[in-house]
Each structure stands twice: as structure tokens, then as C-alpha cells.
Design a protein around this ligand. Structure first.
Ligand code: FPP
Length: 246
């Protein structure tokens, strides 16, 4: 058996990201390589997600956000969409008690009122059960698209303005951020994308203005704590300037 060379990355505890966002891509390719149906790739992706949540929570990462289903994913064949919805139900159903024990607080980004009724029931249960937890915030983006999130924010701000609850001078970046699904949370410091594609795919467009991007060719189901540590290590080597000088 080929032995993998494992490099040791020593992390700086003082420079940990406060928020990690992940575009979990490559489930389909992972399945195809094994001559399995795409759904099996998503199932393996769910297992990788569960481990990643645990690793991040154990590391003390304050916020983790994952892209589980985009507003554009409805274009996929019905069977695949249906399977993804069932996986979400299974994930919440199976893992909720343990996540609650780990003090993880679940939040949903996206319009989940358009999901199947059974999904909504599980989501509401998870939000209620973990709502007062004080550990890691775990954002699951489902039926999420950044452009529609921004339009929703604009409409809500406009409504407040028309109702004279706010004035034009009140509208600034901080106020607008509070109208997004991620209200009250720090912006992602690190955005990870698996499976090699170098694009953002309508994910957190407002929030990632100054995020550090890290792309790996590793397919999502193969992503593990070593990849996560490597991503955080590389993030820690970056010189973040936020438009200023170093
Ligand atoms: C992208 O892979 C992945 C998705 C569209 C879904 C992500 C879902 C999971 C990781 C598992 C389920 C998690 C929950 C919470 C239900 P792709 O299908 O686009 O892969 P490909 O580009 O290789 O075809």
C-alpha cells in the first residue's frame, strides 16, 4: 500500500480564524471515480461534513458555515434533489443530539420555507433545541444564494425606511450586514473550496469581501482534519492587509 506523506503543520493558537466557510464540492466526481451513483457521493460528503463540524468545534472555531444546497441546485434531476433533502433530514435527525451535547448552535442560511415540509420540521427542531447553545455556531446554507440574500436585505432595509423606522443616514455597511442571514456573526476569515474549482458560486458574496481563499483539489468526501489543518496553516501565513499596507 502506498504510504501517504503527512506533513506536520503547527498552528498558531493566537491566529485561528474566527469564521471558516466551506464550499463542499466534488461529491459527484468522488462517486464517478468509484462507479457509484452520485447520491453515494453525497452520502460520503455527509460523513465528511460530520467530521469537519466536530474538528472545528474541538478546535474552538467560533463559526463554521457550509454550502449544502444552493438556489441553483434545484436545476438538478428530481432524484438527486430529493436525495439531498432526505440527507439533510437524516443529518439533522441523527446528529442533532450529539451536536447539542457538543454545545453547537445550528443556524440556517437561506429560505428554508421553500423546502419539503419534513425538512422544515427537522430544521425547526434543530434551531429550537440548539438555539441557546454557546459553543460553535454552525451555519448550514440551504436553498441559499448570495444575490437573493442581498436583495432580501435591500427590501427589508427599504421597508424600514418607508416606515420611517430608519433614516437614509442610518444606512451603512454595519446596518446592512445586520439584515443578512449571518447577522451578528463575524465575516469569514477563511473560505475553503474543495475539488479544484476556482469560483465563488454565489456564496456569501457580501461577507467574503476580505476572506482568504484556499482551494484544494481534494474532493469533498475525502476532506479530513489534515486538510483543514493545512488550510488553517496556510491562512496563518497570509499577510492580511484589508486594503491597507502590511
Ligand atoms: C457539490 O458536489 C455538493 C453539493 C451540491 C451538496 C453538498 C452536500 C453534502 C456535502 C452532503 C449533505 C449534507 C447535508 C447537510 C445534507 P457536486 O455534486 O456538485 O459534485 P461534482 O461537482 O463532482 O459533480
Amino acid at each position: 500500500m502506498k504510504k501517504e506523506k503527512q506533513t506536520e503543520f503547527i498552528l498558531d493558537a493566537k491566529k485561528m480564524p474566527r469564521h471558516i466557510a466551506i464550499i463542499m464540492d466534488g461529491n459527484g466526481r468522488w462517486a464517478k471515480k468509484r462507479l457509484l451513483p452520485r447520491t453515494m457521493g453525497h452520502r460520503a460528503g455527509m460523513a465528511a461534513l460530520r467530521k469537519t463540524v466536530e474538528t472545528c468545534s474541538n478546535m474552538g472555531i467560533p463559526v463554521l458555515t457550509v454550502f449544502a444546497f444552493s438556489t441553483e441546485n434545484w436545476k438538478r434531476p428530481f432524484e438527486e434533489v430529493d436525495y439531498l433533502m432526505k440527507l439533510l433530514i437524516e443529518f439533522l435527525n441523527k446528529e442533532i443530539a450529539e451536536l447539542h451535547q457538543e454545545n453547537v448552535r445550528i443556524r440556517l442560511l437561506g429560505n428554508y420555507e421553500l423546502l419539503p415540509a419534513e425538512c422544515q420540521v427537522e430544521i425547526k427542531r434543530a434551531l429550537e433545541l440548539t438555539g441557546n447553545n454557546t459553543g460553535m455556531v454552525f451555519n448550514i446554507a440551504v436553498n441559499y444564494g448570495a444575490r437573493s440574500e442581498i436583495i432580501r436585505g435591500v427590501r427589508n432595509v427599504a421597508e424600514k425606511l418607508l416606515d420611517h423606522d430608519i433614516s437614509l443616514d442610518d444606512i451603512n455597511e454595519q446596518l446592512f450586514s445586520s439584515y443578512l442571514y449571518t447577522a451578528g456573526l463575524p465575516d469569514p476569515d477563511l473560505l475553503i473550496r474543495t475539488a479544484g474549482e476556482k469560483r465563488i458560486s454565489n456564496f456569501l458574496l457580501w461577507q467574503i469581501a476580505y476572506s482568504e481563499l484556499w482551494v484544494t483539489d481534494t474532493l469533498w468526501p475525502d476532506f479530513d482534519r489534515h486538510h483543514l489543518i493545512e488550510a488553517i496553516y496556510e491562512y496563518q501565513q497570509r499577510n492580511r492587509k484589508f486594503g491597507g499596507l502590511s
